[in-house]
Write a new protein. Structure first.
Length: 191
C-alpha cells in the first residue's frame, strides 16, 4: 500500500519531525526528492551536484543498466536543493560531489538511507512497509491518480516496459471507475 498524499504532506510539512540540523535538513529533502521524482534509493545516493539543472528545472539520473534519464522538478524543490547545498558547503567538509552526503562529507550508503526513511515514515504511519521503494510507489500512484499519462510515468520511473509501470495502476482503477461513473454519458442515463 502506498502512503497517502495526506500522510506524506503531514511528514514533510511538520517541522517537529526533523531536527534543525544539517542531518534533519538532509533527511527531509532526501525523502522529498524521492517522493517528488520517484527515483530509486541507489539513484538518490548517486545524484551529483552537476546533475541538477536549474535552467531546465530537471535532474539527470543514472538508473539501472546505466540508463540516463531526465526528470522534471518543481521550482520549490530546486529552491530547497539550493538552500540545502548552501548549508552543506558552509557546514560540511566535503569529500565528494554527491548531492546527499553524511555529516563527514562522504556519499550516503544504502542502509543509512533505508533506516532514515523507515524511521521518518514510522512517525506518520503504521503501515508495515516503510522503505524508499514505498516513496517511489507513492509517487507513481499519486501521479496516476491525478491523471498523469501512464507512458509519462513509465519514462520518469525509468521502466523499460509499460507492464512494470502498470503495477502502480491498481489503486487508480477505483479512481477511474468513480470518474467513469460520474462522467460517461451512458452512466448518466440511469437517473
Amino acid at each position: 500500500m502506498p502512503f497517502t498524499e495526506a500522510e506524506l504532506n503531514d511528514l514533510l510539512n511538520n517541522d517537529e519531525f526533523f531536527p534543525d540540523t544539517f542531518e534533519g535538513l538532509r533527511d527531509r529533502l532526501m525523502i522529498d526528492v524521492m517522493y517528488q521524482t520517484g527515483i530509486r534509493r541507489a539513484e538518490l545516493i548517486g545524484l551529483k551536484e552537476n546533475d541538477i539543472d536549474p535552467n531546465t528545472l530537471s535532474i539527470k539520473v543514472l538508473g539501472k543498466r546505466n540508463k540516463e534519464r531526465i526528470i522534471p522538478i518543481s521550482t520549490f524543490l530546486l529552491e530547497d536543493l539550493a538552500n540545502y547545498n548552501t548549508r552543506k558547503h558552509n557546514e560540511i567538509t566535503l569529500q565528494c560531489t554527491n548531492v546527499f552526503v553524511t555529516e563527514k562529507g562522504k556519499p550516503l550508503y544504502d542502509n543509512l538511507v533505508y533506516s532514515k526513511v523507515k524511521y521518518y515514515l514510522s512517525l506518520i504511519s503504521v503501515k508495515h512497509k516503510k522503505s524508499p521503494h514505498m516513496l517511489r510507489h507513492s509517487f507513481a500512484t499519486h501521479m496516476l491518480d491525478s491523471g498523469a499519462d501512464l507512458n509519462a510515468v513509465k519514462d520518469i520511473l525509468g521502466h523499460s516496459s509499460l507492464s512494470s509501470t502498470q503495477i502502480y495502476t491498481h489503486g487508480s482503477i477505483e479512481n477511474l471507475k468513480k470518474v467513469f461513473n460520474k462522467a460517461h454519458p451512458r452512466e448518466n442515463k440511469k437517473e
